[in-house]
Design a protein around this ligand. Structure first.
Ligand SMILES: O=C(Oc1cc(O)cc(O)c1C(=O)O)c1ccc(O)c(O)c1
Length: 181
């Protein structure tokens, strides 16, 4: 279980958007805790606070862009489900599995903790993600709070902010990793 302080700076600015307790709720299209990270708009739909530290859920919307560099989540299992669009996902478990797959609408990828991965958006895309509880606010840690409904503009976090977010959320960036594909 991941325990963060109650005044966690990654969630405090979003207080009141989600119930922060395991109660039923609904969100309309575009609602949730929203952050711009680089040119991608993340919307947190569900966090560890609503699921008793079991899982979190979010969407990522983005337009064609550069590859998000290789990185590994040491403790987080995550998924990519393409709601709309086209992305390529690279995965390498540094043992017997490696792949480079282009996912289009309806396709799915599972990235277990410890798997080196990267992805690139080809067309305007919306991706649904779900992961180990707590990880969802990694995107708030790196990004800037937003009221956008579609991705627009760019927010580039300072390297030190990215490094600190990586440390807090057990994520290692490996920009020099060579995928086998
Ligand atoms: O976009 C996703 O993840 C990331 C985006 C970034 O700009 C930097 C990152 O380090 C990541 C990351 O995965 O760590 C993303 C999108 C959709 C989805 O289902 C995911 O599981 C991750």
């Amino acid at each position: 279980m991941t325990i963060f302080a109650i005044d966690d700076t990654d969630k405090a600015p979003f207080a009141g958007i989600l119930p922060a307790a395991p109660k039923p709720f609904v969100l309309g299209n575009g609602e949730g805790e929203k952050s711009l990270v680089f040119d991608q708009l993340f919307t947190i739909l569900l966090s560890a606070d609503e699921t008793e530290d079991q899982f979190g859920a979010f969407t990522m919307q983005g337009n064609r862009g550069d590859r998000i560099p290789a990185h590994t989540h040491l403790k987080t299992h995550e998924i990519f489900y393409v709601v709309d669009g086209e992305i390529t996902v690279w995965m390498d478990d540094t043992a017997d599995y490696h792949s480079k797959t282009t996912l289009t609408t309806g396709d799915f990828a599972y990235v277990p903790a410890g798997t080196v991965h990267a992805f690139q958006i080809h067309n305007s895309s919306k991706v649904f993600g779900c992961g180990t509880a707590g990880f969802e606010r990694f995107f708030h840690a790196m990004g800037q709070k937003s009221d956008l409904t579609e991705p627009a503009g760019i927010y580039v976090p300072d390297f030190e902010v990215m490094r600190a977010a990586g440390e807090k959320y057990a994520t290692v960036f490996q920009p020099d990793f060579q995928f086998r594909d």
